[in-house]
Design a protein around this ligand. Structure first.
Ligand SMILES: Cc1ncc(COP(=O)(O)O)c(C=O)c1O
Length: 403
């Protein structure tokens, strides 16, 4: 109804392919590696009642009132202190705007930088939510493949040189450099350095989306891009994976003049992010509860990751490979090129196991033989059984399709 009244932008919007497939994942007996949800066991419910009482007793007038668009000062200060402690980054409250989820941050950055037809660079595969948010501002996407070491920076360099010949410079390069969604891979330190070098040479902004930064289960920390290039990086962080996604509290951090523009852009989006939620997280952090809580989450997810990797090792046919994430919530499976994971999806559902098809994360037809698996949500036992089922489906598929 009223289709002809919709803007061109809205007319072009399509329901996501994943959503259509996931409608089939309805019953509890299907083991789902498809979602991207944190495990509800990680929600800090037991401490929240007391934290909420304190907020209501001590900050009622501000916590239940409209707030500033920048966000609650005490929360921004807590985030600054944590940045100094964890990554030795010197930032002040003016470098941070609180957003309603980092998803809102992505939308605001799209609004702030993209005119129709502007070139922007993303990873291939990339985080779907970002691609969707940017798409509504009608950019030309330049999608750069990644491997186990993150975005292939030599390909980016090549593309930048090609674009420059046509007088095109991308407005920004969007990356999820640490424990990427969907592939689970992490960009190496040397690729990060090269990306920063290119950002100076070509004068683009780096958008570093890092919701999984604190969820490392193995290996060594790598310096975030915001530490390497604080003058031209906008870093998005969130409490969705370390506290609770239901609070919808996240932040965009970067040079004060750019953050100021995000604030202006946010004013017309929602005036402010819910102050009550912000005060609760500020109180939780000021009591020193967040860091030990993150350690507990890491224990839970690290076990689940190990169980999934072991089950893959023990069960998958030898033609299949997968990434070995050192953190985050996802890993990425590659089947032989003749396997179509979309075609196989219904057969997987019959065997009561679900995943997300690779093509959903590219948008240009690539990824037909790939899939994303989430390991944070299912119980340990179901992860093991689910991988056994998936391996069986893949074995059948390879037998049927192998040329
Ligand atoms: C890479 C990435 N960016 C952003 C988000 C959105 O997070 P938020 O809950 O803070 O909106 C997600 C959520 O899964 C994500 O994986």
């Amino acid at each position: 109804m009223f289709e002809e009244l919709f803007s061109k932008r809205t007319q072009a919007m399509k329901a996501s392919e994943i959503r259509e497939l996931l409608k089939l994942v309805t019953s509890d007996d299907i083991i789902s590696f498809a979602g991207g949800l944190p495990n509800p066991k990680t929600f800090p419910a037991s401490e929240l009642a007391d934290v909420c009482t304190t907020v209501l007793q001590e900050h009622q007038a501000k916590a239940l009132q409209y707030g500033t668009t920048e966000g609650v000062l005490s929360l921004r200060e807590e985030i600054c202190k944590r940045m100094k402690r964890t990554i030795d980054l010197d930032v002040g409250p003016d470098n941070i705007v609180i957003t309603s989820g980092s998803q809102q941050g992505l939308d605001l950055l799209g609004k702030m930088f993209i005119d129709p037809g502007d070139a922007i660079v993303v990873e291939a595969p990339s985080y779907l939510g970002a691609v969707g948010a940017f798409k509504s501002y009608e950019p030309n996407f330049v999608a750069i493949e990644l491997d186990d070491d993150g975005m292939k920076i030599d390909l980016l360099e090549e593309q930048l040189a090609n674009l420059k010949k046509r007088f095109v410079i991308p407005k920004f390069v969007y990356v999820v450099p640490t424990f990427q969604n969907p592939a689970g891979v992490t960009m190496t330190d040397s690729r990060r350095d090269k990306l920063v070098e290119l950002s100076h040479e070509y004068d683009f902004i780096i958008i570093e989306d890092s919701p999984y930064e604190n969820l490392r289960y193995a290996g060594k920390d790598i310096k975030p891009l915001i530490v390497k290039a604080p003058d031209r990086t906008l870093n998005l962080g969130t409490f969705s994976k370390t506290f609770a996604p239901g609070f919808r509290i996240a932040w965009t951090m970067g040079p004060a003049d750019l953050v100021r523009k995000v604030v202006i852009s946010k004013q017309s989006a929602d005036l402010c992010t819910a102050p009550f939620s912000q005060f609760i997280i500020a109180e939780y952090m000021s009591r020193g509860l967040l860091d030990p809580h993150i350690e507990e989450i890491k224990k839970l997810y690290s076990t689940k990751r190990d169980i999934m990797l072991k089950a893959l090792d023990e069960n998958m046919p030898e033609e299949v490979s997968w990434t070995k994430p050192e953190g985050g919530l996802f890993l990425w499976v590659r089947a032989p090129s003749y396997v179509d994971t979309k075609d196989m999806f219904l057969r997987a559902i019959e065997k009561k196991v679900a995943y997300v098809t690779g093509t959903a994360f590219y948008g240009d037809g690539r990824g037909t033989n790939e899939m994303r698996l989430n390991f944070s949500f299912e119980t340990d036992e179901r992860i093991h059984t689910g991988v056994e089922r998936l391996a069986e489906v893949l074995r059948d598929e390879i037998k049927r399709q192998s040329p």
